[in-house]
Write a protein that binds this ligand. Structure first.
Ligand SMILES: Cc1cc2nc3c(=O)[nH]c(=O)nc-3n(C[C@H](O)[C@H](O)[C@H](O)COP(=O)(O)OP(=O)(O)OC[C@H]3O[C@@H](n4cnc5c(N)ncnc54)[C@H](O)[C@@H]3O)c2cc1C
Length: 439
């Protein structure tokens, strides 16, 4: 087929935050794009329940640099989207992130601090007094390692005091992740991109040893010489349809995850005084949530059992035991928090790669690309992932051998050189990874 005989230049499977950003970037470069999603609207997949925290506390230099570049898309959002959205644009709440320090030199916080010093990520070193001044509701006790509430030592007295924290003032969160996908859709459409909703991909089509389009459950089969798998927790299924799953060294799987919402201790305005906190001593993270609530997430401590599931068949209700584990851990840090009778929060899926680092890559099927394995930590990187995928696709379609000579991308905001080969499907498991949501 010649380029002109295809219906589109690129089909993107998924209209979540990453798929939307890939569509927006390619459409903005003049590609005829089609984003396909089985959901009725943009961002209705796992992005809708994302905590949407923007932070730079990754375990690898490449991970930190990607997140730092990614930040600038949020602070320049209106320009980046480049058009109006009748639903409004998202707000980026730049409240800062507190990374609770640990004495252990090998701990995540100390590793992050070394990378931040090495690459120049702005941060402050806060004492216990500094933390108390900003957040007087916090208890400074040392309770780790994280435990389940049925552990006989869960309620033990603190073994000491935390050392303090690293504070990253540029970090924050987006309060409406689904709206960010709608913004991306409107941005892509302004560049001529199309979106089809309620359209389920059931097949990835091949012709002449390369991808040629997709088949939908309703029988339609749009064609394109480039297809990008950005199906989030369903990425594994789409890779199987394309016949590329077995050949990839790094695989992806859907992991069930819970996030809980608890009212702020009475009399304390967590919305205006709160911040994002990563607390490995207790295995939790938290941030302000609309309505003066505190959102409590899990840092995946080893004592919590991981629940890998089929992305279409899993329990979507909050479980008593995980609610207790996360909310009681949060109570150790915020003793006035309490445990509400009514469980509130969300259940959704991470698309987890074998080493919790995403896969942004081509595949062995020419024209078929993947932006997957986002492992609960890539919302923040949507903009830069879009740029990286567009540069990668452009290079490979132009004949570049990315597997032999990895594509380098120059971050459009910071000018940082980003090595796309770091996110290869064929890498060995990265030993520097935290093997958790920290990345
Ligand atoms: C509870 C939770 C908290 C998180 N917190 C954070 C955070 O604080 N910070 C952060 O950076 N990241 C966070 N993440 C991760 C982040 O949200 C994800 O990495 C990101 O949203 C993934 O976007 P996506 O576009 O790849 O996937 P999705 O949003 O899941 O989009 C994939 C889309 O593909 C569609 N699809 C799937 N199969 C098909 C098919 N066969 N046919 C057609 N369409 C299909 C789906 O309907 C879906 O809309 C969190 C994730 C979760 C679940």
């Amino acid at each position: 087929m010649t380029q002109d005989s295809y219906d589109y230049d690129a089909i993107i499977i998924g209209a979540g935050v990453i798929g939307g950003a890939v569509g927006h970037e390619l459409a903005g470069r003049g590609w005829r794009t089609l984003n396909i999603d089985k959901a009725p609207t943009a961002g209705a997949g796992s992005t809708s329940n994302s905590c949407a925290i923007v932070r730079f506390s990754y375990s690898t230099v490449d991970g930190v640099m990607l997140a730092w570049e990614g930040l600038h898309y949020w602070t320049d959002w209106a320009n980046y989207i480049g058009t109006d959205d009748e639903s409004g644009l998202i707000d980026y709440h730049q409240v800062g992130q507190l990374l609770v320090r640990s004495e252990d030199n090998h701990s995540h916080s100390e590793k992050v601090k070394r990378i931040w010093d090495q690459v120049g990520i702005p941060h402050e070193v806060w004492s216990v007094e500094d933390i108390k001044e900003r957040l007087p509701i916090l208890d400074m006790g040392l309770y780790g390692p994280p435990k389940r509430p049925d552990d006989e030592h869960f309620w033990d007295d603190a073994s000491g005091e935390i050392t303090g924290a690293y504070f990253s003032g540029d970090a924050g969160y987006v309060s409406d992740p689904q709206l960010s996908c709608h913004n991306l859709q409107r941005g892509a459409e302004a560049g001529g991109g199309e979106f089809w909703f309620n359209a389920e991909v059931v097949g990835v089509d091949h012709a002449d040893d390369r991808v040629s389009g997709i088949t939908l459950a309703d029988g339609r089969s749009p064609t394109a010489p480039v297809v990008v798998n950005v199906a989030g927790p369903h990425s594994m299924l789409i890779n199987q349809m394309a016949g590329v799953f077995d050949a990839m060294n790094i695989k992806t799987r859907a992991l069930r995850h819970e996030v809980h919402h608890v009212p702020s201790p009475s009399g304390f305005d967590f919305m205006s005084r709160g911040l994002v906190a990563s607390d490995d001593d207790l295995g939790i993270y938290f941030r302000p949530e609309t309505g003066n609530n505190i959102l409590v997430g899990s840092g995946d401590p080893v004592c919590d059992q991981r629940e890998f599931v089929h992305p279409d068949h899993y329990d979507t209700s909050l479980s008593e035991s995980q609610w207790e584990a996360q909310v009681l851990r949060a109570n150790r840090r915020m003793p006035q928090l309490g445990v509400p009778h009514e469980k509130r929060g969300v259940v959704d899926l991470y698309d987890v790669s074998d080493d919790w680092i995403p896969i942004y890559d081509r595949t062995d099927l020419d024209g078929f690309y993947v932006a997957i394995g986002t492992s609960g930590n890539q919302y923040k990187n949507a903009g830069v992932a879009g740029q990286m995928m567009a540069d990668l696709i452009t290079a490979c379609e132009g004949g570049h051998d990315h597997d032999q000579d990895p594509v380098m991308v120059t971050g459009r905001y910071t000018g940082t050189e980003l090595n796309v080969g770091f996110f290869s499907r064929n890498r060995e498991i990265n030993p520097d990874s935290s093997m958790s949501v920290h990345g």
